[in-house]
Design a protein around this ligand. Structure first.
Ligand SMILES: [Zn+2]
Ligand SMILES: [Zn+2]
Length: 376
């Protein structure tokens, strides 16, 4: 009596190819020796695989549908598959899913890569913005073949190895029946086309290396390490494919006066002790030009004066950061006789000439340190 191959897969006669594949895939997942160590499952898997082979081979299925057994016809049970052994479960799943993913030739043109180029900028350029001409070495479209890669007057030809399909198939005959594995054609790299006479200028690549000058608009307020993206200014792809993007990375040169912290700038001014005590007006060179900076009488060393909106512009907002001026008061070192006399008189007037005045000052210092430790 003929085996009910449809029944083995849980199907009724007349099931579609898709139903058969689905049923086999589901059963293989449960029964394959890779996942199921039960000897009974192994026998059942063999049975199921036989049914699958019987129903996916058109000739065998015709015999099944006529009420016969294709394996009897081929010379007894087990014919056609005994010797091959089990393929791995992964191979079976690849046979279902792997082939479909690479089907059809792939395009000979591919997208170009992105490129990164550093640009050195001065502080005033990053703060106020600048337009820079930069030179890049990159891949551009070959103008002899316009990206086609073929010598003038010639054309690409269909690949003889794969007949233009872009993939080659190897048929593994085994107890699973025909398992067809597809891989990209080695002759044409999966494109289905070959170039009999490559373009002499680009050797068939469709692009050549060239030096280009590009104008880059650097927005005001960029910071060191930021990248400006220029869409489509990167490398042209193989076969004249669309160009990638060009990223221009900002490198800010250190400034001799100002240091930058985001949108704020910092600088340091040194004041004579007398100016700090009496107050003065400084002419300070800022990035916006000379500004008058008012030093109030009694300004301490380490105090910070703020010049509002003299920093860098905020990149994604309005307004500007500040310029913070750090004051350092200089104690005079080489005093002549007259100066020393005057300072001693001042000290006497302020009661700072006695030994205990120092202790008081030190006490003040210690109390500040203690307060800092106590978090006050
Ligand atoms: Zn060319
Ligand atoms: Zn080929």
């Amino acid at each position: 009596m003929a085996t009910d191959y449809y029944g083995v897969l849980g199907l009724a006669q007349g099931a579609t190819d898709s139903d058969i594949k689905k049923a086999y895939r589901r059963l293989a997942r449960d029964l394959h020796p890779d996942v199921n160590p039960d000897p009974a499952a192994k026998d059942r898997f063999q049975e199921v695989s036989r049914a699958y082979e019987a129903l996916t081979d058109p000739e065998k299925r015709r015999i099944v549908d006529l009420g016969g057994d294709p394996f009897d016809a081929a010379g007894g049970a087990g014919a056609g598959f005994g010797g091959a052994g089990f393929g791995g479960l992964g191979d079976i799943m690849d046979a279902f899913f792997g082939g479909a993913a690479t089907r059809g030739p792939r395009s000979r043109t591919r997208s170009g890569r992105d490129a990164l180029i550093p640009v050195e900028l001065e502080l005033d350029e990053t703060v106020f913005g600048v337009t820079k001409e930069i030179t890049v070495d990159t891949a551009v479209l070959c103008d002899t073949c316009a990206g086609a890669g073929t010598a003038p007057g010639t054309h690409a030809a269909t690949c003889a190895t794969c007949s233009g399909r872009g993939e080659v198939q190897s048929v593994q005959r085994g107890f699973l029946g025909q398992v067809v594995a597809s891989r990209p054609c080695p002759t044409c790299s999966g494109t289905g086309q070959v170039i009999p006479e490559p373009c002499p200028k680009c050797a068939g690549d469709g692009r050549v290396r060239a030096r280009r000058t590009i104008s880059v608009k650097v927005p005001a307020g960029v910071e060191d390490g930021m990248r400006i993206r220029l869409t489509g200014q990167g490398e042209v792809g193989p076969g004249g494919g669309p160009a990638g993007d060009l990223y221009v990375e900002v490198h800010e040169r250190p400034h001799e006066v100002f240091t930058r912290d985001g949108e704020d700038l910092h600088c340091r001014v040194t004041l004579p002790m007398t100016s700090a005590a009496l107050g003065t007006t400084l002419n300070l060179k800022t990035l916006d030009g000379e500004e008058e900076l008012d030093i109030r009488p009694g300004t301490q060393s380490g105090s910070v004066l703020t010049l509002r909106a003299h920093g860098a512009p905020r990149l994604r907002a309005t307004g500007r950061g500040n310029l913070l001026v750090h004051v350092e008061v200089q104690t005079p070192t080489r005093l002549d006789g007259e100066q020393e006399k005057l300072l001693r008189e001042l000290a006497a007037l302020r009661g700072e000439d006695r030994a205990d005045s120092h202790r008081e000052a030190q006490g003040g210092l210690f109390s500040r340190v203690r307060d800092a430790f106590n978090g006050r």
